[in-house]
Design a protein around this ligand. Sequence first.
Ligand SMILES: [Zn+2]
Length: 406
Amino acid sequence: MLLIGENLNVMVKKIGTAMKEKDPKPIQELAIAEAEAGADYIDINLGPARKGGGELMEWIVKVVQEVVDTPLYLDTINAEAIEAGLKVYKNKKGKAVINSIMARPESMDVKFPLAQKYHAGLDGYEDEVAAKLLGGDIESVEPFADTEACAEQVLATICSTGLVDLKDIARSYMRMLSSSVPPSDALKHLVRRHMIRISKGGAHPTPLGKATALSFLTPSQGYDIQKMAGHYDVLEMAISLEPFQNVYLTNKLQAEVNSAFRSFMPTRLFSGIFADVTSLSGSQGAAGRLPKWVFEVFSRWVREFFSCGCKEYPECDHGKIAFGQWIVSQRKDGLNPSGIARLLRKDFELWAYPGDIFSWLDSLIHSLRAVRRIAEVAGETDITMEVDDQIARIERPLDSEKEKDE
Ligand SMILES: [Zn+2]
């Protein structure tokens, strides 16, 4: 834990007077006391001092450094004062740090080139994070996948360690091997997704943030589920978190398709090509070489999986979600994963490993619990019973059927 002496503050009456009267004694006494108490940095807080800030900072940095060699924390929104302080700063034990938590975006442009010019510590970067968060606008942009992953890690860190201080968070973030995006971007993303609140230089997880971290969801997943809760079917929400992907054409069907198209076609149902089977017509081109039974199979796919009719089709996820719903409904009818795989082959000329179906159903239960957790945060407590019912019917389909009959 980093200790920063907070007392060299113009707002403290004794110090304020000493600053005004240019009386070094009270300031030096305090600096010594802080250094002896083990402060890592001595905070020089000029507060909102505008006029003469440069001159005042220069004087304080000099008088403090006459008595201690602890690094200094230049705590002011006055860029001129920071420049003056850095100019006379002697780098003995460490670099000066610019505390710009109160900084506004327009002052950042001045401050950060300055930090580079005078080689302030890396902590300046962490301050940049804080400043960007507090002063910067949180624009709504689609995050890069990396931002999502890094933000997820930061949220997990905040929730599991209880770190609040932005500097501590940024510091622990910098130690993460996979941090490929700036901590400010990761934190901004968390704010945008309502995972954390920033106040007084600290990051505080929201109830949604906690539920999201506990459910191992990404910030965007948690955010989306909260928005959908109460409007969408719980099963659909859970399936959309992790749709079933590993479903393939049977060898028999694959052979027909390859021969008709005279090339090796993708073997996965969700490769993007087969979602577009509706456009295949028996009368023309390569499709004309396909036997009739293949078209019958395709039309069963369309009826069961690719019937969303939405604008994004076939780029949408509705096919995958419908496929997941089909698996679940077979499971609720009492089929085990092997039985589901057999039916898939028989009715759709598709195959999937029973092991994949088993682990997908298992992870679906986790997803359903995640939906329940987040819906509860959103105040959608009606969902609780529905999720519990869905889980029971997936875990023990025959038991719940029996209960219903009784
Ligand atoms: Zn669709």
